[in-house]
Design a protein around this ligand. Sequence first.
Ligand code: ARG
Ligand code: ZN
Length: 887
Amino acid sequence: TIVRLADYRPSDYLIDRVDLDVRLHPTETRITATLGLRPNPAGEPGAPLVLDGDELTLVAIALDGQPTGPGAVAVTPRALTLHQPPQRPFVLEIETQVNPSTNTKLMGLYRSNGVYCTQCEADGFRRITYFLDRPDVMAVFTTRIEGSREAAPVLLGNGNPVEQGEAGPGRHYAIWHDPHPKPAYLFALVGGRLGRVGSRFTTMEGRDVEIAVYVEPGKEGRADFALDAVARSMAWDERTFGRAYDLDVFNVVAVSDFNMGAMENKGLNIFNDKYVLASPETATDADYANIEAIIAHEYFHNWSGNRVTCRDWFQLCLKEGLTVFRDQEFSSDERSRPVHRIAEVRTLRARQFPEDAGPLAHPVRPQAYREINNFYTATVYEKGAEIVRMLRTFLGPETFRAGMDRYFTVCDGTAATVEDFLAAFAAESGRDLSAFSRWYAQAGTPTVAVSSTYDAAARTYTLTFRQSLPVVATEAAAPAAPQPLVIPVVLGLVAPGGGPVEAASERVRDGVFVLDRAEDSLVFGGLDAAPVPSLFRGFSAPVKVEHALTRDERLTLLAHDGDAFNRWQAAQSLAMEVLVGRARADAPLAGEAGPDGASLTAALATFLDGEAAAGGTLADPAFAALVLTLPGEQEIAQAIGAEIDPDAIWRARQTLRVQLGRDLGPRLLALREALAEPEGAPFSPDAASAGRRSLRNAALDLVTAADPESGTALAVAQLAGAATMTDRLAALATLSLVPGEARETALARFGEAYRGEPLVLDKWFALQAMIPEAGTLERVRGLMHHAAFSLGNPNRVRSLIASFSLNNPSQFHRPDGAGYDLTAEVVLALDGKNPQVAARLLTAFNTWRMVEGGRRRHAEAALRRVAEAPGLSPDVSDIAGRSLAPA
Ligand code: ARG
Ligand code: ZN
């Protein structure tokens, strides 16, 4: 069934109070829910009360303490209907029974490694008890959790701990009370044997908060970084947004079976252990950065998500886009802003742009859905964050902050909408945001075409911008003619020889020009020469820019732009021209020395020399590493747009890597030496140390592309002597691209050395699944029988299967269709166990219409096989159906 935003109606009943009594048992957990209900004044008087359920077994029910009369209630596993509810406040007592041990969907109450835990967003609470499971029904929860002292010495709930004690032989209980009304999707409980690390944080309001991170016993030493990230997140949200924490305890629990990254349950965040556990021996710099970002993300939800929640699931971006924006700002402040911005844009281009260009395209605020869990997408999260960022650019940082304050104040304790959010900024700024709001409603990535003219006689320079918007058909609506978007263009002018150009235009305020019609021009006066325009600085809008700069203009920007993002972008654009040219022509591997590539390597050589001159050994190694990294295969595919040959793209990229490695080889080797870790230096995961490692390893990778033999020797030595997982894994990744004995030995040893470390083995699975060779398919099939692999664990599936299907384009798109077949086979095998993870894997087919005809036919056949399989989950059937819908 399809749910439409246009059909929203308030609930006919409200639940103000919930008392839960949960008696944990491995297979027969009993839940008694005492619900304080009343008719909603905004609802339909006398309507039946329909509570949601999902695979539930009812044990008992009472209305105001009395058994319900015959025929008064209808019960199925999916719903409990009270035909004639009292038209006054009343109490329903409902007892259900669930089996946490067989709950492989990992929604509702389940066991992970013996630990009882919950996941209720978006609609998992109905798998625990019958409820009005919708975010605009908010209640005060009190939870009594009872369990075996032996199996569950730790019992955690939402809010503050109230009481604990004995509950019969071998059993104990804990009572938790959460004073903040919340929707059921924010409910959580945990029971199990867990190790704990803790500290305290005093809020700016003077509240003394106990913060703790719970992990598998014995892994406490790997939880310190996450604990510290909690404290830093709390301090940052106070400093940056004036938001303080509002309970006496804040708990984070790591579990090893989790469908997504983590969940912001009130006062009790539950995490995929991949985003908590870190030690120098087992975690890479990327892991540390992800842990910090996701800890921050979930913590920031306490205000953007929990204190102000969503009226309905169409408003998902209200909490997710905003919270991603907040965690991006946190990481930028804690680390390097330009480096982080580049990373954000790379993800957006590799994930969100393809989504927006394919059959699963949807507006940041969708109009309709069949399965809400399929809308936790790059569009809702990442493009949603870009909209908030544009709002800040459009209004200026002070007005933006004032608008945020107003939003939090006005909407505190409510279930809000995108309109409520925008209204706060409209009120604060006095500006009409109705045109801006189109960003939430129109799907597809806009293109902005820019042209420029210089008039020497008049000494004027004119920039003309033209926006064009794709027409996107979605399930909810026939394609409508898109309206112009409000596009903030952060810009500056650079002198041809470097240095800023001071030229004014009254239409540019604080460096921002707002393009809000289909076409517009900007004129700068008083210029003695044509400047080089630096447009969309910091990637000020999520658009594709068509701007025919000359090679020399790009070189000027790479060398001299005051905006680091656009320096990087200049190098990317130079590389992209070469890559697209080669991929189109499908240059053979031997023909790598085209003149086009030579000019890129010359530009990068000048860049490296300039950077070294500016900052001794290099001002910002992480930035330099990004400049040396070519656009990814997905991005190149998007630039080509149709009839794609993924092998030709891979070859184009590979030949250019070979050329970079050869032409820059001596420089890269020198950098690698200069950045070497001093012997015995203590490990630090900070951005500067990580940046040095990333440039060193980028150098190793390029050098090895050009000269596999000597590169292999370097990588083997690095693997043997590395002090960090970052360096070890980078060496292994480099080796994994060179077929032969050394690679197989290194892989086998690594697999053996980390036999007992599932999260490290995940990296090992992923690396092998991403080898761009025809033998990889069989390697992946073989690894599916590895003792550490299991279809039941989402991290394993993501590292082995999704790495192949989503991150190894040339092999997923094998011309014989075998990559599609493997993916379809796993999707079907997984669907019966865990539909959410199966559906996510199926999104690998997102680009199927863009590949050339032979592959396209194979992809379509595989998709159809999935779509036509009997007994599909709504999750997989939704993705398959939308993927196949006529374009
Ligand atoms: N709210 C979580 C986060 O972004 C994501 C949970 C999504 N879970 C799901 N089953 N769809 O922080
Ligand atoms: Zn989130």
